[in-house]
Write a new protein. Structure first.
Length: 378
């Protein structure tokens, strides 16, 4: 199946079904996938059903966390999507590859999206738009600081136009109203939802799921649980669709990092839309979505004591940096569940979704749980 061309711009960056995106190419038996095209003999991560623009460096590594495994008496591995290699954007880069291919296909000349002031997604959108020489507008909840740090600093470096609103609920209406103004001027705006969490963005994790499956085949067979942070629902939706497409036995476990109501419904809606785009006949039910709500703390973006402990532990034991908004809370959940015996006789894979820039905006709120002894030099 050929991938439609999206633009003459940097055509060498668009991955087609005839190119080799990684050295982990392998096939899956089509009759297991539930695909409506019954004649399909195989599906693999290079046979993208949607146009794709190469931004990420893939595949990202999968390796064991030996010290944490020993401490928890649990086999713990980590999938390093913090190392996707573009704009320090972690999991948002996988989504952006397909979203920006669609931006080019629609011949849009300006992109708009929403987020928090330290949004990883907004930062990736700003950087990708700049790379493609497309105008970018970000609608963020909060205020501009006199000395921007973290992702807000990177947004400014990318040259994005920043629009601040007072609350999360005001972001989408403000973006849509501005898009209408642009259309009235003859522009072709492209609006991207929170987190890039729509059918197109979620497809990045359909492809990402098979990448992980390919890597796990080199390990001895064992029941496997994939643990990850869940918020805007796009990553979970893509993983859910990928699991169904490949008829995988990997179990998914999302750790909630916010208090938004009814995330299961949103995840299923996005997964359904993604599945429909790629010819998968399955429709998803809320019972198939497994979320742990106990580690979100006060709300999105508010660090927790357990998350700070997890962040410190992984940095000191493995030299891997988590972020206080997403991955620290998710790792806190993994550690607590392992200590409670949740993963007995299982392999646990932690999906590191990135977010490092946020660490450097939260240092005053992070507790240093193990203080090194000061050494006086003579």
């Amino acid at each position: 199946m050929r991938v439609p061309e999206v633009s003459a711009f940097d055509s060498h960056c668009v991955v087609s079904d005839e190119s080799v995106a990684s050295n982990n190419r392998s096939s899956m038996e089509g009759h297991k996938t539930g695909l409506s095209r019954s004649s399909m003999d195989e599906w693999n991560m290079n046979d993208s059903k949607l146009p794709r623009l190469t931004l990420a460096t893939l595949p990202t590594p999968l390796h064991r966390l030996q010290n944490l495994s020993d401490e928890l008496a649990t086999e713990v591995w980590i999938k390093r999507d913090d190392l996707t290699g573009f704009a320090m954007g972690g999991n948002k880069v996988r989504k952006a590859e397909f979203i920006f291919a669609d931006v080019l296909a629609q011949k849009s000349d300006v992109v708009l999206t929403i987020g928090a002031t330290q949004s990883n997604h907004a930062c990736v959108v700003a950087a990708a738009a700049r790379r493609l020489r497309i105008e970018c507008h970000l609608f963020l909840a909060g205020q501009m600081s006199e000395q921007p740090t973290g992702n807000l600093l990177l947004d400014r470096l990318a040259g994005a136009e920043l629009h601040f609103v007072n609350s999360f609920d005001e972001r989408s209406p403000a973006m849509e109203a501005f898009a209408e103004v642009l259309r009235a001027k003859g522009r072709i705006p492209y609006t991207i939802p929170l987190g890039g969490s729509n059918a197109i963005g979620a497809y990045g994790y359909v492809v990402g799921f098979q990448e992980l499956e390919n890597q796990l085949r080199s390990l001895p067979p064992r029941p496997t649980r994939l643990v990850f942070a869940s918020s805007s629902c796009g990553t979970y939706a893509g993983l859910l669709a990928g699991k169904a497409l490949l008829d995988s036995e990997i179990e998914l476990l999302g750790v909630r990092v916010d208090l938004d109501p009814n995330p299961e419904e949103t995840i299923c809606a996005v997964a359904d839309a993604c599945a429909q785009r790629i010819g998968l006949t399955k429709r998803f039910r809320s019972e198939e979505v497994h979320l742990k709500p106990d580690y979100a703390g006060e709300d999105y973006g508010v660090p927790t004591e357990e998350g700070s402990e997890a962040l410190t532990k992984l940095w000191q034991s493995e030299g891997i940096l988590l972020d206080p908004v997403y991955t620290a809370k998710a790792m806190a959940g993994l550690i607590d569940l392992a200590r409670r015996g949740e993963f007995i006789n299982e392999r646990v894979v932690f999906l590191h979704t990135g977010g490092a820039p946020a660490v450097f905006t939260s240092i005053p709120r992070l507790e240093f749980h193990t203080q090194p002894e000061a050494t006086e030099l003579h």
